[in-house]
Design a binder for this molecule. Structure first.
Ligand code: FEO
Length: 405
């Protein structure tokens, strides 16, 4: 693996994981990277480690630049195992190094490692570490997205090392946003940002807004953001900050995600006239069958769209299991600023559409009721009803969307 000098004497020494497709249950079709950074100054400092499977990659990278025993400081911005689980290997090479970490981070590490022989310096927002020509300034970001999380800012080079925030799951030869865009496209990069935000950071929109406001109030100049996953933002760091503000503020496309599952195709048959009604109202629509689509992609498409329709057959008088699973997962992500409705089919007693609305109402989102439900295979009359339901839902989505423009 090659190292990259991202600022004078500051190097990317991470690892690229081309193969990971299931990241603790979250589908990563493009793999990911584990980014960490080595600062070669009077005091050599490593910021973060990598997932344990890749420890030899980062150690090899570090050794290509400096003898690891020379590492004086190890900054741990985040203790989730994809960033901290190589700590024991790293510390075995520089046992006298001091670990800079938040109080919650240190407590969390006690559960993962025997830390009795490690030296710690617990830090808070505003604390600094002078390494020679550089001053590392720590900024706690609790619950972004774990209690321990913090970022490291280096004013001399206007560099923010941001751990998970502003990251993307993208394994690519490119280390920087502009390099990536030379080979791929803006849409691909935006899609990776949206995917990461929707699946990991959706619950924390208000915290993101207030933390960005805090950074702006502190007047920190930033001309590079180096996250712990994906490409480094050197061409347009302001753009990714604005993108996060938009996402945290609930920005979405005038679009409807129709997310459904089906048993004997009755619910599936309903999607066609509903989609036609939506289209005839001039609103874009994305149709997703749950058992054919990874959960994380369904979540991303939910978050991209202003409106969402849930479709479910009835099984034993309640929601179909895959639909129930999706709605439970979605509720945990605490979505905001979205409008929802439901449709479905049943064989005798019914219950799926009622169950879907119960779940939607728990999320306290805008809701269009009643939904539409059909007995068995939709008749011509049922299809007309579905079409009108789609048109009406699209009108409501447009009206609701206007308040965000
Ligand atoms: Fe990339 Fe929260 O770990």
């Amino acid at each position: 693996m090659k190292t990259y000098e991202i600022k004078p004497d500051i190097f990317w020494v991470g690892a690229i994981d081309w193969a990971v497709r299931d990241f603790h249950g979250y589908i990563t079709p493009n793999g990911t990277t584990y980014n960490n950074y080595l600062i070669i100054d009077e005091q050599v400092t490593l910021v973060d480690t990598v997932k344990h499977d890749f420890s030899r990659h980062t150690i090899k990278n570090i050794k290509s630049l400096v003898d690891p025993s020379k590492i004086t400081n190890l900054v741990i911005n985040h203790i989730e195992p994809d960033h901290a689980s190589s700590m024991d290997k790293i510390m075995s090479l520089c046992p006298d190094a001091t670990i800079y970490i938040t109080e919650k981070g240190k407590k969390g590490l006690e559960k993962q490692f025997d830390i009795s022989k490690w030296k710690f310096k617990v830090v808070k927002t505003g604390d600094t570490l002078n390494t020679g020509k550089y001053t590392l300034t720590f900024l706690e970001t609790p619950m972004l997205h774990w209690p321990d999380s913090m970022m490291t800012y280096i004013p001399e080079v206007k560099l923010l090392i941001s751990q998970d925030a502003f990251g993307q799951h993208l394994a690519t030869p490119a280390r920087f946003d502009d390099e990536f865009l030379e080979c791929a496209s803006r849409n691909e990069l935006d899609d990776a940002v949206l995917d990461y935000y929707a699946n990991i950071l959706m619950p924390f929109g208000n915290l993101i807004k207030s933390k960005i406001a805090e950074v702006q109030k502190l007047g920190l100049e930033i001309d590079m953001i180096a996250p712990d996953h994906g490409v480094i933002w050197r061409q347009d760091p302001g753009g990714i900050i604005q993108r996060y503000l938009d996402l945290a503020g609930g920005k979405a496309d005038l679009r409807i995600a129709m997310i459904y599952d089906t048993m004997w195709h009755s619910t599936e048959r309903m999607t066609i006239p509903i989609m036609q009604g939506i289209k005839d109202e001039g609103v874009d629509c994305k149709v997703i069958k749950l058992r054919s689509t990874p959960m994380s992609i369904a979540i991303k498409e939910f978050w991209r769209a202003r409106g969402c329709l849930i479709g479910s057959p009835t099984l034993n008088n309640i929601l179909f299991p895959s639909v129930a699973e999706f709605l439970t997962h979605l509720r945990g992500l605490r979505p905001k600023n979205r409008i929802m409705g439901a449709f479905g089919s049943y064989g005798w007693g019914g219950g799926a559409v009622k169950g879907a609305y119960e779940e939607i109402n728990k999320m306290k989102l805008e809701c269009v009721e009643p939904g539409v439900q059909v007995l068995s295979r939709p008749s011509m009359e049922d299809e007309k009803e579905c079409y009108e339901f789609g048109r009406n839902f699209a009108r409501k989505v447009r009206e609701y969307h206007e308040q965000f423009s």
